[in-house]
Design a protein around this ligand. Sequence first.
Ligand SMILES: [Zn+2]
Length: 526
Amino acid sequence: MCKWLAVTISALVSLSCLSPAVAQSRRGELRGAWMGEGYGRDWPAIMTSLKDNGFNAFFPNFSIGNMALYPSKVLAVLPDGDASRDELAEAAKAARENGIELHVWRINWALWRTPEDLLAQLDAAGRLQCNSSGQRGKDDPDVKVDWLCPSNPENRKLEKEAMLELVRSYDIAGVQFDYMRYPGGDYCFCDGCKERFQQSQGVKIEKWPDDVRDGGPFAEKWQQWRRGLITSSAQEISDAAHALKPDICVSLAAWPDIEAGRDWYGQDWVPWAREGALDFVCPMDYTTDDAHLAGLVARQVAEVRAAVPVYAGLGAFEMKSGEQLISQVEVARSEGADGFVAFAYGSGDLDKWLPDLRATVTATEPDPMPHISPPARFTFSGDATQSPAGGRDVIAAAKLEVEIVLGWEPPTSDETAPGAAEAVAMLDRILNQRSTVDTYESQPPAGLQPTDAERISGRIVVESPAGASLLVLGAFDTEWRFERKLSFTTPEGSFRLAIYGAVAGPKGKRDFVVRAPLMVGVKAAL
Ligand SMILES: [Zn+2]
């Protein structure tokens, strides 16, 4: 039974009273920081300082290649820490107590910090990557470190077990892939890869490696195969992690240049984000040039198509002042990011700048987290979508229609799993390029589950990228699923459709926010 409370289309709140010179805060975003090796730390002090400065997520590194910074049963344990402490358990506890989501950052494949004797064993077992000259990563001046070969079944198992151990053994919000790729385009040409590629294609390669390199008869198949090994590893780990804990978040520190990531590093992350391997993505958009940052975020947001949130990774280590970081937080928002992760806490001047952020861009409380939301679908149509430029541009002061579907199919009497029908035809729709009707679908694997929500309520707004409300479209309070077609007159400039709401069920009530992609209202040419 749906109660449609107030469809008021024209409750326009003017933005003109807001000075663009004053940095704004925004609710409903992830505000996080990465941190290098997690040992010898005062975890309660770290989490308190994050909370006090308006942050809600933390990404410390506890897992590197074959080495762990916690008492692992899967990986060798680094000798650096105090063996009597389990710092990951301490970090998880302190994070929970302060309302901070702890996402454990793992460096996949790359064997930094691995002792020589262990490297020699891995080499003898044929588990290390080689380039086309037969050189190991550590001997390649562009790579400097050995990497595990991703076609080797033992290595794939190690990657999976290392990630799953974190999920299984610790009360954490998520795990994050980093280095989930190759060290470069000239990898991996080890004997195992040659053997397994031939097997997968059912062919014998006569001229190795020339036949699989650019211009060779198997070049394209080779690229697909090597990329597919990374994709399938990410997908298998994500599936297994979500099977263990449905609400665990699996995310990626992503290569910022989408094409280079896919073609050179074998990290084809846009489909991972769109097709359910990731709950959110953090492209490492490290630059001191705001225009460069804007271009990177705009492209990433456009490609991900609101399937999951994009949280821009900001390179605080390269910056000279807190003002510069504040400016980049605003740039990331203005291009449609749903939050940011600064690199890195405990290094450079980031810790010193946190109060500057608190006084400006993180002044308000950050929650709810954008990656914890019900499934949502937004289908746009109407005159405003006829912009000749396409992309994110729409015609300003024109009619934009949106069909909203939010939540789950109600459970049926035969106990069919609610929500199962949601996935049907999703891929076709989200892969369609922009046309007169455009559909955006968000269904992160760790999003709120149907079991969480017997009632769903919310408020639909059109907001500026900085979070100021431009239009209030209405409010709702219903069971399981909200569906409505609305229309409104597009504002000029950047805007996003957003729903701030709550789901209530047996586990209590949880707030959420879900946003459609950024759109830009452009005046029609006369
Ligand atoms: Zn290999």
